[in-house]
Design a protein around this ligand. Structure first.
Ligand SMILES: *[C@@H]1O[C@H](CO)[C@@H](O)[C@H](O)[C@H]1NC(C)=O
Ligand SMILES: *[C@@H]1O[C@H](CO)[C@@H](O)[C@H](O)[C@H]1NC(C)=O
Ligand SMILES: *[C@@H]1O[C@H](CO)[C@@H](O)[C@H](O)[C@H]1NC(C)=O
Ligand SMILES: *[C@@H]1O[C@H](CO)[C@@H](O)[C@H](O)[C@H]1NC(C)=O
Length: 607
């Protein structure tokens, strides 16, 4: 560099400096799509060297930037209630909903919820992390996670397009300032650890970032509820886990109770620390589930359920071979899962008084595509690590992270009943609106931010717009307070430059709610599309014979969390996704001691 400064005449030097620091546009033209000019889901296409066009087809808007509404759109915009308004209605007036619950209006509203939400997710899928335009490769190559918004073009002046700093604030700093828990904040909705571990267990069938291919790629090629976390994400693994008798999965009996087999009996790759001998490593569909007793507890419950349903089916169909019993049981368990997720899990999470209903027939008259592709944005937003408590309370004992993580004896020491009861009674943390991630798992959140930068995710506000919400105009409006808002402003400069995941976590939460508006409005569409887009919900599949007849169909249509647990244990414990009503207390335990955790994470997991 030094010779350059002396070799160039001062004037040339000045020009060079000017062109380096000058606002983009005076030198080489800025890609106009970096301004994200196209509104209302219009598609930005670069034309010539400096021009662009917005494709407003079927958006209901026209004009250069798709900003002028057509007549019907103007009317709709004028009449459409805001998300905050209908959230308020749905979470108040219990007496009103108790009436609605028992009328046909329940079905009408449920249909509306499903269609309005699911329509926000493009199907067939559109972009991915390598293709910011529609392409056959993006459609056909299912190794990619899809994405709803294309990446920020790589030639933009700033990481967020044109807004915000040239270099985003250090991810670690963002996490420490805005995510790190000072004192445990219990979730006001009463969410418990039973819910937290269900979330983690359930989502890790479709969130499996590929270690080999890297960010933006998945190993879960089923892209939805395929129960790959029970059966493995490929045929070879499934075969290792199967008993090949009566459709069942391999198991071991301990003190008269059924547990997953060890890796000696079912030789599949599981991620465990080296010091754990193979006779203590349990073999299940998802390779990371040895990480937490809560995950292995759910794996055990579902294993028992699988083998229980096999027995029921075999009784009705003594002529069926192992393969048919296995395959039909798998479909029944997929159905049970979707039923439980909608009617227990989402019901709890939403806080709605409208009683949600899993009934695929609601959509048979509507336009709906029975397919799904998991999006990178869905994966990002589902990092609900604030749920995790400071310590884990089981009966009269309290375990810190070091005692809990990769504890291979705990499940068998206590048994499923005791763990279910303990997790159902311990409150989880609030997810949004307050810094609430335990220091032991903060690095996961840092990883989320880093990934989003690698993948060039668009800003939080662009996602708000995409999912039908107004962008925030100020940092105060985003956080609903002053202090964090001021710090965010220092770091990001412009509210339009706030990143996706940080935006979701710092957004003010809905009143007495686990998180804010954006997590609901962006998360729900992905979730419902994924659940109802399952092939078992299609008219061709959704009939008793698919599930082995009336008995199997009934299992699906009456499944609940309570039954899932209590039909597979000897003594039925307290089981729910919220703490019991008399259990509002929460001694805010001090963070467990010990030095900060080292990389406990297996390769390519997002736990
Ligand atoms: C369209 O958007 C661009 C970029 O935001 C802006 O400069 C331009 O004025 C807009 N054009 C119209 C007609 O609104
Ligand atoms: C999908 O794309 C990746 C990246 O280009 C490539 O390595 C992989 O082979 C593709 N998969 C298929 C099935 O073509
Ligand atoms: C809906 O109504 C039923 C019957 O009145 C009631 O048991 C249930 O609690 C209601 N659901 C909700 C979510 O309020
Ligand atoms: C694992 O949990 C058991 C209780 O079931 C406890 O006694 C043991 O100390 C824990 N193991 C470790 C390594 O902390």
């Amino acid at each position: 560099m030094r010779w350059l400064c002396c070799a160039l005449p001062p004037v040339a030097m000045l020009l060079l400096l000017l062109s380096l620091s000058a606002s983009p546009g005076t030198s080489s033209p800025v890609n106009p799509c970096c301004y994200f000019p196209c509104q209302h889901k219009g598609v930005c296409v670069r034309v010539g060297t400096e021009g662009y066009e917005c494709d407003c087809t079927r958006t209901g808007y026209f004009g250069t930037n798709c900003t002028s509404p057509e007549f019907w759109m103007r009317l709709r915009d004028a009449l459409k209630p805001s998300p905050a308004f209908y959230h308020f209605i749905l979470t108040h007036f219990r007496w009103f909903w108790n009436i609605i619950n028992n009328t046909f209006i329940r079905d009408t509203l449920m249909r509306l919820v499903l269609t309005v939400r699911a329509n926000l997710v493009p199907s067939p899928p559109t972009y991915n992390s390598d293709y910011g335009y529609i392409s056959w490769e993006a459609y056909a190559n299912v190794s990619y996670f899809t994405r709803v918004l294309p990446p920020v073009p790589s030639d933009c002046p700033t990481p967020m397009g044109t807004k915000g700093p040239l270099q985003l604030p250090d991810a670690e700093l963002v996490a420490e300032e805005f995510f790190l828990r000072r004192t445990f904040r219990p979730d006001p909705q009463g969410t418990n650890l039973m819910f937290a571990f269900f979330a983690q267990h359930f989502t890790h069938q479709f969130f499996k970032t590929s270690g080999k291919m890297g960010h933006g790629f998945t190993r879960a090629l089923g892209h939805g509820v395929d129960l790959g976390h029970l059966y493995g994400d490929n045929l070879e693994r499934q075969h290792q886990l199967r008993l090949f008798r009566d459709g069942k999965l391999k198991y071991q009996m301990v003190k008269g109770e059924m547990y997953p087999p060890t890796v000696l009996e079912a030789p599949v790759h599981m991620i465990y620390p080296k010091h754990i001998p193979p006779e203590e490593q349990l073999a299940v569909g998802q390779e990371v589930f040895g990480l937490l007793p809560g995950l292995m507890m759910y794996a055990t419950i579902w294993l028992r359920e699988h083998n229980r349903v096999c027995d029921l089916l075999k009784e009705e169909h003594p002529t069926w071979d192992d393969e048919q019993l296995f395959q039909t049981t798998r479909l029944i368990l997929i159905g049970e899962t979707i039923k439980i997720v909608i009617e227990d899990y989402v019901q709890h999470l939403s806080g709605y008084y409208l009683q949600l209903k899993f009934d695929p027939e609601l959509l048979f008259g509507a336009q709906f595509q029975y397919r799904n592709r998991i999006a990178v944005e869905f994966n990002q937003l589902y990092h609900w690590h604030p749920l995790m408590p400071d310590s884990f309370k089981i009966q009269s004992e309290e375990y810190n992270y070091d005692q809990f993580v990769y504890n291979t004896t705990m499940l068998k020491d206590y048994g499923v009943e005791a763990l279910v009861e303990a997790f159902s009674k311990q409150r989880a943390g609030q997810i949004g609106g307050v810094p609430n991630i335990h220091k032991k798992i903060l690095r996961v959140a840092i990883g989320v931010i880093e990934e989003s930068r690698l993948l060039r995710l668009q800003s939080f506000n662009e996602y708000r717009k995409r999912f039908g919400m107004k962008p925030y105009r100020s940092f105060q409006e985003l956080t609903g307070e002053e202090e964090q808002a001021a710090r965010l402003e220092e770091l990001y400069g412009d509210v339009d430059a706030v990143e996706f995941y940080p935006g979701l976590l710092v957004e003010k939460s809905n009143p007495s709610s686990i998180f804010g508006e954006s997590m609901v409005e962006i998360g729900a569409p992905f979730s419902l599309k994924g659940l109802l887009g399952n092939p078992i919900c299609s008219p061709e599949y959704w009939k008793p014979s698919t599930f082995g007849g009336a008995t199997g169909f009934e299992l699906v249509n009456t499944a609940s969390l309570q039954k899932l647990v209590c039909l597979n244990v000897k003594r039925c414990p307290y089981v729910a996704f919220r703490v019991p009503d008399d259990n509002g207390e929460e001694a805010s335990a001090e963070p467990s001691g010990g030095s900060s955790s080292s990389g406990k994470k297996g390769p390519s997991t997002e736990l």
